[in-house]
Structures are given as structure tokens and as C-alpha cells.
Ligand binder design. Structure first.
Ligand SMILES: Cc1ncc(COP(=O)(O)O)c(C=O)c1O
Length: 378
């Protein structure tokens, strides 16, 4: 099977992890945790980076520290991975599902602005939904597949409607908008190092912020809110969310290879684009012209999506459909879904993600391309 997006562990992973094992520094304290955080802060330009056990935990803490409380609303795109919405539910808040743009597959900002203008009122520094006077506290843009939303416009809307911005940058490590890294534009940004991401620690995440007070709180609350260096005194309900040293060591080794991974991803995307653009009906994700994107997971829109997936799988090529739109899942069926033309459904029904691991061999990619061409010749 040619895999979709698998880890590439060709650097110092073994060496650094062995060092942790040899010295017994395997748990949540150790030099590599700090080193990994520093390397993320340096690379992204965020003033602070706080490691977490995964991206979902990073989102959960970021929403909490943005002030999201029970019964608040958080606006989120209807096309995302479920973890974005779960993190909202962990705060006992509710999502407002915003439809996406047909070309970029990011949250539709025209629709967002129209909805906020028509359906909310500003009271003091709060944005309230007109119909029930409940607060909309935050907005979570998801930079889907490593593309990025129109950040300037989003920030302007968020400011006007007094919404905290928590960027779900779990898929966009290596993506820059107008020279500034994804996840550093809002109050918080959250990165994931899950096994299928551009770089991996097996599982892991990072909170990015430029706010010193919130960074301190994030570190405190992700480490059980212990308030005394010796005594077991705790001053809040904390979480055991800190990434362990052994996985951070892997992260440091992976970060050393990030530039190379990005170059390879770009080449893979360029090859697919060149070879597949002649096939009628195949459409590519429209990337933000103000961004340098990371090309994380190469995905096409196409005709007979189901047929193509079946054919490629039968040829030992791993493919993936897009996420089922959130409004279709039973937990979120009753939540507010803001849409005009149900674009999410259209995008979902036509997207296929193709193999694009950074260790994909040229002959493997050529085989995938040849099989797609064969399918559409039939
Ligand atoms: C859009 C999105 N949000 C959140 C997450 C959650 O990240 P993690 O799997 O590290 O918890 C992921 C990735 O898995 C994701 O793709």
C-alpha cells in the first residue's frame, strides 16, 4: 500500500530518544521539553510556545484561557476534523458552524460577516446572539490542509465583534501569511504533531501565544496547576497535558528536518498539479495568494469521488475522503449551521486526499498519477 501521509524519521530521532532513555529523563520534565518549545517559538516567531500531549489539548486550554465559559458560543468552520469541535464541548460551550468557501475550503468570511451583522448585538464588550442573548466569545479559524484563511479580514471582523481568535493551526505548521506564521495572528494558535502531520512526535501539540500572562497560565494549568515547588499545593483545576521529554526529543529531531519536509511537500504538490490539471473535472484547493503554504495533505476535488477512491484503494494506493461536515454528525445536528448553498456538503462529496508523505518515492507518485489518469480514461 502506498500510504497517505506517514512519519519520516530519518534524522536524530533515535539519538535524542536514546539520550532520554540512557539518562532516565523520560517523563514530563527534561531539557528536550524546553528545547522543543524554544524551537517552535523560534521557528514560528511566537513569543511563547507551551507543549501539550496533543493538538486537541492545546485547543481546549486555549479556548479556556480565552475566557470561553459554559453556554458560550464559539464560531468554527463546518468542515474540520472533529477535535476542533470537541475542544469547544470540553468547555461546555457550543459551536456555531460556519459554511466554507467552495474554492479554498476555509471558513466563508462573507457569510461570517453577514451573520454577525444581522444576528448579533454588541453589549458592552460582549457579542450576543440576538435570538437568545447568549454570548459568542470566540472564533476558531481552521487553516484546513495547511492553507490559511484571509487573516487580515478575519482579525478585523473578530475585533469589530469582540471575539477572541484561537487559530486551529494543527495542519498548518510551516504556513506563513504575509510573512507571519500561522497560529501567531490571534490570541492563541494550536499546532499538532499527530502521526499524519508534517512532522510528528507520535502524538503531541503546542500552544502558541504572544501574551506573557496567558502563556504563564497555560504552562501552569497544563501541569496540574501546582503552585508550590515542593509541597503538593495546587491553586486551580489543572490538567496533565504536558508533552513528555521522550516525545519532545523526537520533536526536536523532527524540527531539524522541517525545511526539507516543506521543500519535498512543495515538489509533490507541484508534480500532482502539473500532471492532473489536464484531467477534466479535477479541481485543486485555491491557496491564499498572500500565503506561503505547507502543502500538508494534497487533496483534489473530482468527479465520481467514490469510484476513484475505490479504484485507487484496489490498486494499493491509500486515499482519504474529506471529513463528514460537522452539521451531519449526531452530536452537532442541532447546533446552528450558517449556510446559503451547503458548500460543505459539495466539497465533502467531491474531495479525495492523495498520498503525499515526505518519503514518497518519485516512482510511487508516478504510479498514483498513472492510476488516476487510467481511471478517468475509462
Ligand atoms: C483540524 C484539526 N484540528 C485538531 C486536530 C487535533 O490534533 P491532535 O490529533 O494532535 O489532537 C487535528 C489533527 O489531528 C486536526 O486536523
Amino acid at each position: 500500500m502506498i500510504p497517505l501521509s506517514v512519519p519520516n524519521l530519518a534524522g536524530n530521532e533515535w539519538k535524542y530518544i536514546k539520550e532520554c532513555l540512557d539518562t532516565n529523563w523520560v517523563s514530563s520534565v527534561g531539557a528536550y521539553v524546553n528545547k522543543f518549545e524554544e524551537s517552535l517559538a523560534n521557528y514560528t516567531g511566537a513569543k511563547y510556545a507551551i507543549s501539550t500531549v496533543n493538538g486537541t489539548a492545546a485547543l481546549h486550554i486555549s479556548l479556556m484561557l480565552s475566557g470561553v465559559e459554559a453556554n458560550d458560543y464559539v464560531i468554527v468552520p463546518n468542515i474540520t476534523f472533529i477535535a476542533s469541535l470537541n475542544s469547544i464541548k470540553y468547555c461546555n460551550a457550543n459551536p456555531i458552524l460556519m459554511d466554507v468557501k467552495e474554492d479554498s475550503w476555509q471558513m466563508d468570511l462573507d457569510l461570517l460577516e453577514e451573520f454577525l451583522t444581522k444576528s448579533t448585538i454588541i453589549s458592552g464588550n460582549k457579542c450576543l446572539l440576538k435570538k437568545n442573548k447568549k454570548r459568542i466569545k470566540a472564533i476558531m479559524p481552521v487553516h484546513v490542509l495547511g492553507n490559511i484563511t484571509d487573516v487580515d479580514r478575519l482579525l478585523k471582523i473578530a475585533k469589530r465583534f469582540k471575539l477572541a481568535v484561537v487559530e486551529d493551526s494543527t495542519e498548518s505548521l510551516g504556513t506563513f501569511y504575509k510573512g507571519k506564521h500561522s497560529g501567531t495572528h490571534g490570541l492563541f494558535g494550536c499546532v499538532s504533531f499527530n502521526g499524519n502531520k508534517i512532522l510528528t512526535t507520535g502524538g503531541g501539540g503546542m500552544i502558541l501565544t504572544n501574551n506573557k500572562t496567558l502563556a504563564k497560565k497555560a504552562k501552569h494549568i497544563t501541569t496540574q496547576a501546582k503552585s508550590h515547588p515542593f509541597e503538593y499545593l495546587h491553586d486551580d483545576i489543572g490538567y496533565n497535558y504536558r508533552l513528555v521529554n521522550i516525545l519532545s526529543a523526537m520533536g526536536v529531531a523532527q524540527m531539524e528536518q522541517l525545511e526539507g519536509f516543506l521543500t519535498t511537500k512543495e515538489q509533490i504538490a507541484a508534480n500532482y498539479t502539473k500532471e492532473l490539471s489536464l484531467i477534466p473535472g479535477i479541481v485543486f484547493q485555491k491557496m491564499n495568494p498572500d500565503a506561503k503554504v505547507n502543502n500538508w495533505l494534497f487533496t483534489i476535488r473530482c468527479k465520481d469521488q467514490k469510484g476513484l477512491m475505490k479504484f485507487l484503494l484496489a490498486n494499493n494506493i491509500q486515499v482519504r475522503p474529506f471529513w463528514v461536515p460537522m452539521n451531519k454528525l449526531k452530536m452537532f445536528k442541532k447546533d446552528l449551521y450558517i449556510t446559503k448553498d451547503k458548500i460543505s456538503e459539495k466539497v465533502y462529496k467531491s474531495c479525495v486526499s492523495l498520498p503525499c508523505s515526505t518519503n514518497l518515492k518519485p516512482e510511487e507518485q508516478a504510479f498514483v498519477i498513472s492510476k488516476i489518469k487510467e481511471f478517468y480514461k475509462k
